[in-house]
Design a protein around this ligand. Structure first.
Ligand code: PBG
Length: 336
């Protein structure tokens, strides 16, 4: 009573007192339907090989990919994203294997569509897993050639769509590719094939474990080509990300993506605010591996760190998240 006059009437802690009020006032929620699970593919039979730098993440062969996805499907994960580990002997300077309508991704898409028709299939459109130099496009005179690369991406998109890929996801950052792919799909009557554009994709050091997963680690330090900087964005920029997104939406992108995730939440926020378009974020391999490394050392709690990182994407404004944690997170969400 002594303190009555000076005590706060607004106590922020009241709503935090019980689990039920905390649930009632929660501003964001993470649903299973927010999650997209990236999957690595490999040739062979009965293959399920763990990626060394990504504990708990596997490369699977096409005969077991349907089984690999069964749990995700039964949990209600809406879509998977396919990434092939192309055998080294099938890679060449121009990435011609990308244009084969019977390549690893096309075969996996057909197997998945047959086994799990209700699960969306997202196909990564870029040449890096098919080229020996591991660039996302074809190199001419020491430079990644924009128009010639876009032509290859169009063929890839058509092949993928015909094999059962529902969403083509160009991750190459060439100029003009969204509009060109859209026109080609429409001309072939593939009007329902969606385009998820990697619209704001940064030249990031956080992709290194992914390059391990798809076998595109080149150069003396084995981190992949150094100069993806001529097509991927400078981490210093955000206004530029908005211009990229505006262009891709104008060219016909149905969904846009920001990548990487946690270090770029400001970009996610601005993109969602500015355009209100379906906005996705990729919690990339390096983010996954950082968390897993600390978890393995006992420095972080697996479930808490995982769920918090995913919730932060929702808070920033993402409609959905590509994450290697998708299945583990879905199980926790389902268990309530
Ligand atoms: C290829 C591609 C990359 C990723 C997705 N598609 C790597 C790159 O651009 O070098 C990264 C995904 C991850 O790190 O999890 N164009």
């Amino acid at each position: 009573m002594h303190y009555a006059g000076s005590f706060p009437t607004t106590r922020m802690r009241r709503n935090r007192q019980d689990a039920w009020t905390r649930a009632l006032v929660a501003e964001n929620a993470l649903h299973v339907s927010d999650l997209i699970w990236p999957i690595f593919l490999t040739e062979g039979k009965g293959q399920r090989v763990e990626v060394p730098s990504m504990p708990g993440v596997f490369r699977v062969s096409t005969d077991v990919v349907a089984e690999h996805v069964a749990e995700a499907a039964s949990l209600g994960i809406p879509a998977v994203a396919l990434f092939p580990y192309t055998p080294m002997e099938s890679r060449d300077e121009d990435g011609t294997e990308a244009l084969d309508p019977d390549n690893l991704t096309c075969r996996a898409a057909r197997a998945l569509k047959a086994a799990h028709p209700g699960v969306g299939i997202i196909g990564d459109i870029a040449l890096d897993t098919y080229t020996l130099h591991a660039h996302d496009g074809v190199v001419r005179n020491g430079e990644v050639h924009n128009e010639e690369t876009v032509e290859a991406l169009v063929t890839m998109s058509l092949n993928y769509a015909k094999a059962g890929v529902d969403v083509v996801a160009p991750s190459d950052m060439m100029d003009g590719r969204i509009g060109t792919i859209r026109r080609a799909l429409d001309a072939e009557g593939l009007i329902h094939t969606r385009i998820m554009s990697y619209a704001a994709k940064y030249a990031s050091g956080f992709y290194a474990p992914f390059r391990d997963a798809i076998g595109s680690l080149t150069g003396p330090d084995r981190t992949g080509p150094k100069d993806k900087k001529t097509y991927q964005m400078d981490p210093a920029n955000t206004d530029e990300a908005l211009r990229e997104v505006a262009l891709d939406l104008a060219e016909g992108a149905d969904m846009v993506m920001v990548k990487p995730g946690l270090p770029y939440l400001d970009v996610v926020h601005r993109v969602r605010r500015e355009f209100g378009a379906p906005t996705f974020v990729y919690q990339v391999s390096g983010e996954y591996s950082m968390l897993m490394a600390a978890i393995e050392r006992g420095w972080l709690d697996h479930d808490r760190a995982m769920m918090e990182s995913l919730m932060c994407f929702k808070r920033a404004g993402a409609n959905g998240i590509l994450t290697y944690f998708a299945v583990k997170a879905a199980k926790i969400i389902k268990a309530g």
